[in-house]
Design a protein around this ligand. Structure first.
Ligand SMILES: [Zn+2]
Length: 264
């Protein structure tokens, strides 16, 4: 097609003049209108959607949106790396045991105001003996955050620190592990104080706690040790310990007997 013909066509048929095709939709009875425009180097006709086609398009859009949402949810779940046995942990599913009431109520209250708490970067410290259900409560917070669309992550302190140590994983993996702790909108630091302490682990913990503090990102912490216990201070180091004692955290003790053993 030479330039002249193109120009002529452009001025007569184009741009996008709507015309009646003379046809009628057999389903909704609407007259079918169309318009012509340039596409892929030639003039093409496009039909304007009739009423029933419009409804179909709306339904297709809605189902695509639902599919995208579900895909995003699945990606968040995968990224969160919540251990299998806690992947569906909720407050509702928490078997309340004597001694855990205070912690249960604290988590419940925290979750009721989660939007505010997350925004303010407020965290919780759940302290108690092994197996009293701390991890379940912590994961309940994560699962709630995930459902709300937050990027939440589970981080087992002794395991992840060990993985980050030189020689245990390649550099990319070490960065990935640390990044997860820094980037998560909501983070669970599970089993703090159970790590084999060194100047290096203490430094990494301060990096995580400080960065999250600066970015106002909420952190939920579980520990077998009490804040008042000198042992936690010794394991985490003075600097990390002072962060934990700040008003950014609400600490609650669980005195429940072994949750796991009771379940058997
Ligand atoms: Zn129709």
């Amino acid at each position: 097609m030479d330039e002249k013909t193109m120009e002529k066509l452009s001025s007569t048929v184009l741009p996008g003049k709507v015309y009646d095709t003379g046809r009628v939709c057999p389903k909704c009875g609407d007259r079918i209108y169309a318009f012509r425009m340039w596409a892929d180097g030639k003039i093409r006709e496009f039909e304007k959607p009739c009423s029933c086609r419009n409804e179909e398009i709306k339904a297709e859009d809605a189902s695509k949106k639902a599919r995208d949402r579900e895909e995003a949810r699945q990606r968040r779940l995968k990224w969160a790396e919540i251990p299998g046995m806690f992947s569906t942990a909720t407050l509702k599913g928490y078997r309340r045991v004597p001694g855990a009431e205070k912690a249960f109520e604290a988590v419940k209250k925290y979750l009721l105001n989660r939007k505010e708490n997350f925004l303010a970067g407020r965290g919780l410290i759940l302290m108690g003996a092994v197996g009293c259900g701390k991890t379940h409560l912590g994961c309940a917070v994560l699962n709630c955050a995930l459902e709300d669309g937050y990027r939440a992550a589970y981080w087992n302190v002794p395991q992840q620190l060990e993985m980050m140590m030189y020689g245990h994983a390649d550099e990319a993996e070490q960065v990935r592990i640390l990044d997860k702790a820094l980037l998560a909108d909501v983070l669970l630091l599970d089993d703090l104080g159970a790590e084999k302490a060194s100047a290096w682990t203490q430094k990494e913990l301060v990096v995580i706690l400080d960065e999250r503090y600066r970015e106002n990102k909420p952190t939920i912490i579980t520990s077998n040790l009490m804040l008042t216990d000198g042992e936690l201070r010794t394991t985490c180091g003075d600097r990390a310990y002072s962060r934990l004692c700040s008003d950014h955290y609400q600490a609650v003790a669980l005195t429940a007997v072994d949750y796991r053993r009771k379940r058997e």
